[in-house]
Design a binder for this molecule. Structure first.
Ligand code: 6PG
Length: 477
């Protein structure tokens, strides 16, 4: 009987947890998985005694759902999403809604929206952030597609999302691939945050020699501050406290320093390059993961390429505080880049994004959740057309007050030969953004010299070309 409110395809951990979240909030749910054993197992364990139907076939799955159907797909991004859509299409009725909750590339989502809407169906590309725990207890949701489809889903989405002081962590993001675009940039920012935290850790352990317990204390303290309080700082503090039961050593010290990545950070950088938006901190974060994966080569190089032997002889406590300031200033620059990218994408793709609302729904549920996002929300609420977060009064003042500490940290890192690519990229972003006269007048001269690409002048209008080897006669005085 077609009575189930919601359908979910794909019972990996995220799928299972989202299904449990939806059902717990009062919506009878049907689940379907490619291999039925997984469904049976779910039905016999976590779904026991609850309002679930475990469909054996996709036909049974579709037939069990009330119309227009709401079907959430939680499968691996890429071809598996298309495969599920192809399987569903012949069984659906006009107006049914398919929601893709994976980390799909926004361009794939645009393509799917067009194809499905043309066939009379509706498609929502929805970013879901918060990992396994968020999926179960309240994620941050970034749905894109038509507003009418969102409205139909809203009673469910607003209930399953994380709840913060100013509402549920979900809002209508925009048309087409907007939801997945915003999720992609969320992940780019996530990469930036994680790399900045990793660099702060490296400075504290390599320059001050702090051990895991001391690092736990520093990060726990930072997590109590209004500025840095966040999920990522909190889990960092937890990580430093964890002792490996086999060796009795801090587990973090036993983990290979070679980072993985599934692609969303790289996509953010590619999209930013295509749209001409500088995102150097996020780029540095992606590059840092790539460099980290060159483990064997780095180990070999470390035997040959020596660095400085300088020792730190400053005040350790003061240095810890300077690193905290440098981290916060760098973080502001990283978010400034991410928000600038969203703003440009909004214009280029007609997404009509509300940056204040997006900041609000990132306050809870997602990986970058932080008290700091409230300040970003307010900044964009007060000035929706703010060209750059660095110009918002609160952030401007913070950086002006702390830039001295930030610069000192970078000088110390450079003097001691510690790589801080994201801290450096952030400071360079700040310094170039605040510079009225950059040296690209010379770049233009070079381009004109070797390629007759022409240049503009600051003293008169027009486009100019010069034969650079024909030295003009100096006008007689
Ligand atoms: C989230 C996370 C989630 C996932 C990332 C990890 O918002 O919940 O971003 O989507 O953990 O895809 O990405 P990497 O494997 O690329 O680090």
């Amino acid at each position: 009987m077609a009575q189930q409110s919601f359908g979910l395809i794909g019972l990996a951990v995220m799928g299972e947890n989202l299904a449990l979240n939806v059902e717990r909030n009062g919506f009878p749910t049907t689940v379907y998985n490619r291999s039925y054993e997984k469904t049976e197992q779910f039905m016999a364990t976590r779904a026991q005694g609850r309002n679930f139907v475990g469909a054996k076939t996709i036909e049974e799955f579709v037939a069990s759902l009330e119309r227009p159907r709401r079907i959430l797909i939680m499968v691996k991004a890429g071809k598996p999403v298309d495969a599920v859509i192809d399987q569903l299409k012949p069984l659906l009725d006009p107006g049914d809604i398919i929601i893709d909750g994976g980390n799909s590339l926004y361009e794939d989502t645009e393509r799917r929206v067009q194809a499905l809407e043309a066939a009379g169906f509706r498609f929502i590309g929805m970013g879901v952030s918060g990992g396994e725990e968020g999926a179960l207890n309240g994620p941050s949701l970034m749905p894109g597609g038509t507003e009418a489809s969102y409205e139909y889903l809203a009673p469910i989405l607003t209930k399953i999302a994380a709840q913060v002081d100013d509402g549920p962590c979900v809002t209508y993001i925009g048309p087409g691939g907007a939801g997945h675009y915003v999720k992609m940039v969320h992940n780019g920012i996530e990469y930036g945050d994680m790399q900045l935290i990793a660099e702060a850790y490296d400075l504290l352990r390599s320059i001050l020699g702090l051990n895991a317990q001391q690092l736990h204390e520093v990060f726990s303290e930072w997590n109590t501050t209004d500025e840095l309080n966040s999920f990522l700082i909190e889990i960092t503090a937890d990580i430093f406290r964890y002792i490996d039961p086999d060796t009795q050593k801090p587990l973090v010290d036993l983990i290979l320093d070679s980072a993985g990545q599934k692609g969303t950070g790289r996509w953010t950088v590619v999209s930013a390059l295509e749209q001409g938006v500088p995102v150097p901190t996020i780029t540095a974060a992606v590059n840092a993961r790539i460099m980290s994966a060159y483990k064997a080569e780095r180990v070999a190089a470390s035997q040959q390429l020596t660095g400085p032997t300088a020792r730190f002889d400053g005040d350790a406590k003061a240095f810890v505080n300077k690193v905290r300031d440098a981290l916060y200033c760098s973080k502001i620059c990283s978010y400034a880049q991410g928000m600038a990218l969203l703003s440009k994408a909004s214009q280029d793709f007609n997404y009509n994004l509300n940056l204040s609302e997006i900041s609000r729904i990132w306050k809870g549920g997602c990986i970058i959740r932080a008290g700091f996002l409230n300040k970003i929300k307010s900044a964009f609420r007060e000035q929706p057309q703010l060209p750059n977060l660095l110009l918002a009064p609160e952030f401007k003042q913070t950086i002006l007050d702390r830039q001295q500490a930030w610069r000192e940290v970078l000088v110390t890192a450079n003097t001691m030969g510690i790589a801080v690519p994201a801290f450096s990229a952030s400071l360079d972003y700040f310094d170039s953004y605040r510079t009225a006269n950059l040296p690209q007048n010379l770049t233009q001269a070079q381009r004109d010299y070797f390629g007759a690409h022409t240049y503009e002048r600051i003293d008169k209008p027009g486009s100019f070309h010069t034969e650079w080897t024909e030295i003009p006669e100096v006008a007689a005085r």
